[in-house]
Ligand binder design. Structure first.
Ligand SMILES: *Cc1c(COP(=O)(O)O)cnc(C)c1O
Ligand code: SF4
Length: 345
């Protein structure tokens, strides 16, 4: 039995190449005060107009490196828009709920969701390095619901018994916000389940905090005896700077296939130019566009919604401009459906 290590036990030991600080130290230094965020961008004078005047129930969190990719002085910057608690979050929107995708109904064990044939999704942790205002999990009861909390036991027992599951998806929250030894504890147990054929990791960390892709993480990935697919999450080309490109290169060198999923967001990427630039930037880093999600109707995110007709028109424009493999599939999650559903006219 490997003793469970507390989260954050490895601070200081895993500096990424070229940086003197561990990813965890960088994460801890994130911005959590929206006024400080505006100040860094020269927008402090507009704080009262820009910020929600009340409790949105979802704290601000942004790594400083992500802030550095925002345009100074631009209140409508597409990266800023994703993280700033706007007044519109406090508006009640009809048809918006706190569990829009029916996650609680798909629960088969602590932190384990089995909704679709062949693949099970593990809510490895509730923590994220960035808090995205449109996130559909912003109201999920993470505290009781993470698979790691019981040394992964419930999740592993279920997977061992479920011969029809051949792919495990580590999700969250962001699974890479767990300490690497904690992840290794899980994958050692998964490696002993003979019917598992793939490991997938859904993470935004290599985008928002590329220092996370350090030597220890790469060593761990290389020990996993299964094909590894990482589904990243970037919504705008400006999120992908040189540090991100280098992190992706290290992941690919470690044998990881890279895909990207985005959320279609009003004011962030709702133009054919923005989507085309994102796809070009992704492929330049060896990442294939996978899904473009229609927003999940979570309370507080209604101001990000793009109507289906406009979304379909954007995809048609994109198809006319770029190679077929640079067009992500426009999908939405429908509670009770057997998979993500293509948006059609
Ligand atoms: C999105 C999702 C998956 C993965 O779906 P793919 O279409 O294979 O990417 C699996 N399980 C759950 C619960 C999901 O929400
Ligand atoms: S990183 Fe992913 S799970 Fe975390 S807040 Fe952003 S969208 Fe949600």
């Amino acid at each position: 039995m490997i003793p469970a290590r507390p989260l954050f036990s490895h601070i200081g030991q895993t500096a990424s190449p070229g940086s003197g600080r561990s990813w965890l130290a960088i994460w801890r230094d994130s911005i959590t005060d929206p006024r400080e965020l505006l100040h860094l961008l020269g927008l402090e004078g507009q704080a009262d107009a820009l910020l929600a005047d009340g409790d949105t129930g979802f704290r601000v969190r942004v790594p400083r490196g992500f802030v550095a990719r925002m345009q100074w002085g631009d209140a409508r910057d597409p990266l800023l828009t994703q993280v700033l608690p706007a007044a519109a979050e406090l508006l009640e929107a009809p048809h918006y709920s706190s569990d829009p995708v029916g996650d609680m109904d798909a629960r088969v064990g602590t932190g384990l969701l089995h909704k679709y044939a062949g693949r099970a999704l593990l809510i490895a942790t509730g923590s994220c390095a960035i808090h995205c205002r449109y996130c559909f999990r912003r109201h999920f009861p993470y505290a009781e619901e993470t698979a790691a909390s019981g040394q992964w036991r419930e999740a592993i027992d279920y997977l061992r018994k479920s011969a029809d599951v051949d792919e495990v998806i580590l999700s969250g929250g962001d699974p890479l916000s767990l300490a690497t030894p904690k992840l290794a504890e899980l994958t050692r147990a998964l490696a002993e389940i003979p019917h598992l054929r793939r490991l997938r990791i859904h993470t935004r960390l290599p985008i928002v905090l590329p220092e996370r892709v350090d030597g220890e993480l790469l060593d761990w990935l290389q020990t996993i005896p299964l094909p590894k697919v990482m589904v990243l999450h970037a919504n705008h080309a400006n999120e992908i700077d040189e540090t991100v490109a280098e992190a992706c290169q290290r992941l690919r060198d470690a044998g990881v296939s890279l895909l990207n999923q985005s959320v279609l967001l009003r004011g962030v990427n709702d133009s054919a130019d923005a989507l085309a630039e994102l796809s070009e930037r992704l492929i330049a880093c060896g990442i294939l566009p996978y899904y473009l999600h229609q927003l999940d109707r979570v309370q507080g995110a209604a101001h990000f919604e793009v109507p289906d007709a406009q979304a379909l028109a954007l995809i048609a424009q994109l198809e006319a401009r770029v190679a077929g493999y640079l067009v992500p599939r426009l999908v939405r999650e429908v509670p009770g459906a057997s998979g993500k559903r293509a948006v059609r006219s």
